[in-house]
Design a protein around this ligand. Structure first.
Ligand code: SF4
Length: 529
């Protein structure tokens, strides 16, 4: 594309041609470092040529580089970071005239592969459509997987060879049976597939370079080049998938980061540091000096309030940061104990004060609503906290963003239920009205309906995939699609699961036992008071 800077020239000819897609619009996909990193990785592999596709406005499913239809590739791979993109995923296959159901695809159709956080959180709603999922970090799985693809024969042979690769989950090797009340009875596997698929990760982050290979003014970050700073987070907030599915925590060394920044500089004067817990980097202040010596600007997604010192904030301010984002998540100390967020009110207020002194003018604050054990007074406590922050001199604007709690697989809150739509709406409104009189404060709340739908997809099983299929491919209304499959939406989001229940995503092994997660869930209840 003319506006793209950097970029890779896909090799020609190649033994394996992969179309790599993001199930959303071009600007969203190009803002995702994970997607860009896989694109770079695939094109660096011997004998592999990779082209990109997105959910195009034009209504076609073709690749960006050569304009070929997806059906012409041997493999169509997707990076899927958000559950709400599942319908887009189906739409893309439909437009490419590739049968969505894996069981209906014949010889000559491409193999469909999915990676990204959704693949190793809960892949089950996509299981009916996908030949195999990449469970874990691409760098540790893709080279051996693609080796098989280049040399193996029929689809059956490829799948049988793939499931021997650690981190590959092929749903057709697993049979799910259900109890009369709708819960899962058992998940049975067929050899050579393992009973559980172990998530894979690379031990030495410094061994690979993760910098956006392409920058485009159309991405959400415009001309900023994204650089991965670290992976994983050790804080273990009980609702947060990032704290559980990217373990162990790995920070890049200062040398590795300096190298990445020099690489980023070839494309842009502004770099954005990406990671679940960038403020935990032991050398973040030194890194600011490195950025200052090479580039003009720095961006960081979100910072922890208990990690920000006055000197760090001054450095960030000198690098042009006028807004910092922190996530107190809740307003009361009681709820902080429930979710295991160890940042205190004092930390948040102190950070706001340091930020104001450092010349940072805007504070963005993320909160959550509808968490387990939440009470009315906890919503009021958010307003009180914001009011106190507003007294801090120097800050001009406080932007409040509130999302609804969505239980995530493989976290201690995976057994919890969601609040009803009416209750979520009522609480959002209560907070919005409470904040309205506060000058300089803006409020943005996530839609309750959208969040519940996300919850269904996050906690769903293969039957939710069937519902998606009836809705998207047969054009049924949602109600008719649910009835046809014989399950109800509320079954997935409005009931607390028991410890003994077989959960749809138990096929995925993150190395943390169910007993340990359950103990954490019980701890949350016991500290709720
Ligand atoms: S919410 Fe933030 S601090 Fe807590 S586990 Fe997730 S990434 Fe870490």
């Amino acid at each position: 594309m003319v506006h793209e800077k950097g970029g890779l020239r896909p090799k020609e000819p190649a033994r394996l041609e992969v179309a790599l897609g993001f199930p959303n619009r071009y600007p969203v996909g190009m803002s995702n470092l994970g997607f860009q990193a896989v694109y770079g990785l695939l094109n660096s592999l011997e004998g592999v040529r990779c082209e990109r596709f997105f959910l195009w406005e034009t209504g076609v499913s073709r690749t960006l580089e050569s304009g070929r239809s997806l059906a012409q590739f041997s493999m169509v791979a997707f990076t899927v970071p958000f559950e709400l993109d599942y319908l887009n995923f189906l739409e893309i296959l439909h437009r490419a005239r590739i049968p969505a159901l894996a069981s209906q695809r014949k010889k000559g159709h491409p193999l469909i592969c999915v990676g990204g956080p959704c693949a190793f959180l809960n892949p089950e709603p996509l299981a009916p459509f996908v030949d195999f999922f990449v469970v874990g970090e691409g760098e540790s799985i893709l080279p051996s997987l693609l080796e098989i693809f280049q040399f193996a024969g029929s689809k059956k042979e490829i799948l049988e060879a793939s499931v021997r690769v650690p981190g590959i989950y092929a749903p057709c090797f697993y049979q799910v049976s259900y109890l009369p009340d709708g819960r899962i009875e058992a998940i049975r596997h067929k050899p050579p597939a393992p009973d559980r698929v172990k998530r894979q990760w690379i031990s030495d982050l410094n061994s690979c370079l993760t910098v956006s290979p392409i920058i485009t003014p159309l991405s959400h970050f415009q001309d900023m080049c994204l650089v991965e700073a670290q992976r994983g987070c050790g804080h273990g907030c009980r609702f947060c998938a990032m704290g559980f599915i990217y373990r162990p925590v790995r920070h890049r060394s200062l040398d590795s980061l300096s190298l990445q920044i020099q690489e980023a500089k070839k494309r842009s004067q502004r770099v954005g540091l990406v990671g679940s817990a960038v403020s935990d980097l032991p050398h973040l202040e030194d890194l600011c000096l490195v950025v200052a010596s090479h580039c003009d600007g720095l961006g960081i997604s979100s910072l922890r309030a208990d990690r920000l010192t006055p000197s760090l904030l001054k450095r960030l301010s000198r690098l042009g940061m006028r807004t910092i984002t922190i996530a107190p998540e809740v307003g009361s100390e009681r709820m902080r104990r429930v979710i295991n967020k160890t940042v205190t009110q004092q930390d948040v207020l102190q950070t706001a004060a340091f930020a104001g002194e450092a010349g940072i003018r805007q504070l963005k604050l993320y909160f959550m609503m509808g968490l387990p054990e939440e009470r009315e007074e906890d919503v009021v406590a958010i307003r009180t906290l914001v009011e106190n922050i507003r007294q801090v001199p120097g800050l001009r604007k406080i932007a409040i963003s509130v999302s609804a709690f969505v239980p995530k697989a493989s976290t201690p809150f995976q057994w919890a239920q969601m609040m009803t739509e009416a209750e979520l709406r009522r609480k959002m409104l209560l907070l919005a009205q409470g904040l309205r009189p506060l000058k300089g404060v803006t409020f943005a709340g996530e839609s309750a309906r959208r969040s519940l739908w996300q919850g269904v997809l996050a906690m769903g099983d293969r039957r939710v995939g069937q519902v998606l299929w009836h809705r998207q491919m047969e054009g049924l209304t949602w109600n008719r699609a649910w009835r046809k499959v014989g399950v109800e939406r509320d079954f997935y989001v409005h009931r607390e699961r028991s410890h003994r229940e077989v959960l749809p995503w138990e096929i995925i092994d993150h190395g943390i036992s169910k007993a340990k997660l359950w103990a954490e869930y019980m701890r949350a209840k016991s500290v709720a008071g």
